[in-house]
Design a protein around this ligand. Structure first.
Ligand code: AMP
Length: 400
């Protein structure tokens, strides 16, 4: 039997999420998470899905190296270890690929150096991604390590969508342009939506709304991204759990000049203390809805600001695409919050959008339509699966 398993690693600043998938059928063999890496007590939660008990380890993992070694030990205990001949490759989620990386890429020393050079564009994420790759290479030097970039799906954006209207020489000198993020999710969801509509992906235009704690929209024509709401960093665009999304850039100048805030303080304010949290002190949409039901005006305003921005992007991307076949909701809020879907679509009948209240109220893990049959534009819910998409891309590259 040829090797068919792919280990997917998603290394964050103090965490590693992992999944081991069998690409003969896309099934999961094990899933887990290490969090609080570098703190006094880290936590490893491991779940074998081939039978066997879920396990938890509370101990100090000083860095990603120690954490990944512990993950390898846990996989070993289930007979799924990194030295298994069934393991084909390791796939790494890498947040920023800059303009260079537009496809999944087998990691070499030179590739690793290039990912490190992109750290100024993603200071919180790329260092952890690099450490994850280095450690996995040390554990299995002979195994292909493949980097899959969050920015890659958006690299097809035309220049007029990727450019900011600022001095070109300055922009080029500092690599300032719109890159977009959540690309793996937008790729997976737009393709799955075409399958749901029963049409070839090349024929279908979709607006994908990835609404999680981070949130982004994309306009995808025939499987190719034409625009997306995140830009140089994941701060631009929609209102998010803790990020502001779009702002007048002069707000930053005002914060610096009049508010006397430093660059780091502004960074923290806009990334961690803004969005829904900034507006009402809460970023969990369930809690916001509960407060709205109790008549809380602050929560209602936060919800209204969130929905207003979402509608603006649906309108903008309808104009970008000209013809829209489906608006697709995904991620934590998009998959679960029926009131968000209903409010985002309400009043957009002239754009061909409508929602069926009964279909919208159904809870399910399956991709599904929530629009009535008569609607010109389908409204769909497609649960995202970034790990499966990464594993598929890795499998396709390594087996090619
Ligand atoms: P994600 O980043 O995709 O994991 O999404 C996380 C967010 O999804 C949370 O912060 C919640 O706001 C939201 N969420 C998860 N479940 C629900 C639910 N049942 N109803 C509303 N929002 C939800």
């Amino acid at each position: 039997m040829s090797a068919s398993r792919v280990l997917v690693l998603n290394s964050g600043s103090s965490s590693v999420k992992y999944q081991l998938l069998d690409m003969r059928d896309g099934s999961r063999l094990a899933v887990g998470l290490v969090e609080r890496i570098g703190e006094r007590t880290s936590r490893l939660a491991h779940a074998p899905l081939t039978g066997g008990e879920k396990r938890e380890r509370l101990e100090a993992f000083a860095d990603h190296g120690e954490a990944l070694k512990a993950v390898a030990e846990e996989l070993d205990r289930d007979g799924l270890g990194l030295d298994s001949p069934d393991l084909l490759a390791v796939g790494h989620r890498v947040v920023h690929g800059g303009t260079r990386f537009t496809e999944p890429t087998v990691v070499t020393d030179e590739v690793l150096d290039a990912i490190e050079e992109l750290v100024p564009l993603a200071p919180l994420h790329n260092p952890a991604n690099v450490t994850g790759i280095r450690t996995a290479r040390e554990l299995r030097p002979d195994l292909p390590q493949v980097a899959v970039f969050d920015t890659a799906f958006h690299s097809t954006m035309p220049e007029h969508a990727a450019r900011y209207a600022i001095d070109k020489a300055t922009a080029d000198a500092l690599d300032i342009r719109r890159y977009g993020f959540h690309g793996t999710s937008h790729a997976y969801v737009s393709r799955t939506a075409a399958e749901l509509l029963g049409r070839p992906v090349e024929d279908v235009n979709v607006i994908v709304l990835h609404l999680g704690n981070g949130a982004s929209a994309s306009a995808v024509r025939g499987g190719v991204c034409e625009d997306t709401s995140m830009g140089l960093t994941p701060l631009e665009g929609l209102v998010m759990g803790t990020r502001s999304g779009d702002l007048d850039p002069a707000v930053l100048l005002h914060l610096a000049r009049v508010g006397r805030k430093s660059a780091d303080q502004i960074d923290e304010l806009l990334n961690k203390k803004s969005g829904l949290v900034g507006l009402c002190g809460e970023n969990d949409m369930r809690e916001i809805r509960r407060r709205i039901d109790e008549g809380d005006a602050e929560a209602q305003l936060a919800f209204d600001v969130y929905i207003h921005r979402l509608k603006k992007y649906i309108g903008a991307y309808s104009a970008v695409l000209g013809r829209v076949d489906a608006v697709v909701f995904t991620a934590g809020v998009g998959e679960n919050a029926a009131p968000v879907r209903e409010a985002a679509v309400r009043g957009l009948e002239e754009l061909g959008l409508a929602i069926d209240a009964d279909l919208n109220a159904v809870r399910s893990d399956a991709p599904r339509l929530v629009s009535p049959e008569y609607a010109r534009v389908a409204v769909a819910v497609v649960p995202t699966d970034e790990e499966l998409e990464i594993a598929r891309q890795v499998h396709a590259l390594v087996r090619a």
